[in-house]
Design a protein around this ligand. Sequence first.
Ligand SMILES: Nc1nc2c(ncn2[C@@H]2O[C@H](COP(=O)(O)OP(=O)(O)OP(=O)(O)O)[C@@H](O)[C@H]2O)c(=O)[nH]1
Ligand SMILES: [Mg+2]
Length: 194
Amino acid sequence: MRAEFKGSYPSNQVLPKCDLPEFAFIGRSNVGKSSLINMLCNHKDLAKTSSTPGKTQHMARFLVDGKWYLVDLPGYGYAKVSKASRAVFGELIQDYLLEREKLFCVFVLIDSRLVAQKIDLEFMAWLGESGIPFCIAFTKTDKLKPAEVLENVENYKAKLLETWVELPDIFITSSPDKLGREEILKFIEKIRKE
Ligand SMILES: Nc1nc2c(ncn2[C@@H]2O[C@H](COP(=O)(O)OP(=O)(O)OP(=O)(O)O)[C@@H](O)[C@H]2O)c(=O)[nH]1
Ligand SMILES: [Mg+2]
């Protein structure tokens, strides 16, 4: 697998049009989006990571094998939130998600250590209302015991089933342990070929 950085963009308006499939990574600041992209690409610092939340402010695109893109989006829930509903998840994020024609699937990243957070549930509800396909990747599972991961994921599913009829595809990941890499890459391959 060969991944190359293709550019960083401050708004959806300046993002070049493209005909290749895109897979975007999104979630609260510091949840591990950039780390997961690096892990998938087998690359230590392709996407910039940081222990300070809010590191990724622009969207960055990485071309994989010349055939498809991984998109690293800024985190939500960190920058001060405007009252205008349009700005809840950031203008850049909403413009991109609503307008991108070749967006095949959004990976919503959830910190496996936390109980379901309102902002994530609202974000997924918004994706559903907007007809944007998504799946969930639980991050940082290396920080928990296996039994705790299972318990938290089961609780999360139960929470989702309070409002959703069906569960999305779910991936259990750890960036340092490379957990979930094969599963996610297989999933992307499958969607690309559909
Ligand atoms: N132990 C562990 N730490 C992780 C994992 N994923 C990310 N981290 C750490 O969490 C911090 C944030 O990771 P990033 O990948 O920069 O998070 P992000 O979601 O891109 O953050 P923003 O760009 O600020 O929204 C860094 O210190 C990472 O090393 C993981 O799976 N396990
Ligand atoms: Mg980031």
